[in-house]
Design a binder for this molecule. Structure first.
Ligand SMILES: [Zn+2]
Length: 163
């Protein structure tokens, strides 16, 4: 049997998609929802996989500090980065790829979650990013023990659903 818990974190951020052929190339923003999933079989003596309070403190803390009310930009988007740096004050976060819902989920799973779950008995199994009420992207680790051992070197596979 496996058990799964999920913590929902909400944040607002601006972005644009570098190289997009339509309106996503313009600066705009979303009210994002990040759903952080932890799956495991063994609970601790209290009956938890991971304390919800830890997930909230760690993930909301990181997101508030780095992404909430910030602009998320692709490192290749030099023009966009130049523009956002001119605004005083400005808060921005440079990603190694386009800030799509898929890549935001991937970054949280592969980069952020590893660090935030370091001393926890279970790691994050899946991150879902809701960009609108109708569209989300999901990044999840592959469910093999071999993968879990080599985590986080092996990249997560990213599925996306767009309504
Ligand atoms: Zn957008």
């Amino acid at each position: 049997m496996s058990l799964t818990i999920m913590k929902r974190i909400r944040f607002c951020a601006g972005h644009r998609l570098f190289g997009h052929e339509g309106k996503c190339a313009f600066f705009h923003g979303h009210n994002y929802i990040a759903d952080i999933y932890v799956t495991g079989e063994e609970t601790d003596e209290v009956g938890r996989l991971v304390d919800f309070a830890h997930l909230k403190k760690a993930f909301k803390g990181w997101i508030d500090e780095n992404w909430d009310h910030a602009f998320l930009l692709n490192v290749s988007d030099e023009n966009g980065i130049d523009a956002i740096k001119r605004v005083e004050p400005s808060k921005y976060f440079i990603l190694p790829y386009n800030p799509t819902a898929e890549n935001i989920a991937k970054y949280l799973l592969e980069n952020v979650a590893v660090e935030l779950m370091e001393n926890q008995p279970h790691s994050v199994s899946k991150v879902v990013i809701w960009e609108t009420e109708d569209s989300f992207a999901e990044a999840s680790v592959e469910q093999s023990s071999e993968f879990m051992e080599s985590y986080p070197e092996v990249s997560a596979f990213v599925k996306s659903y767009h309504g």
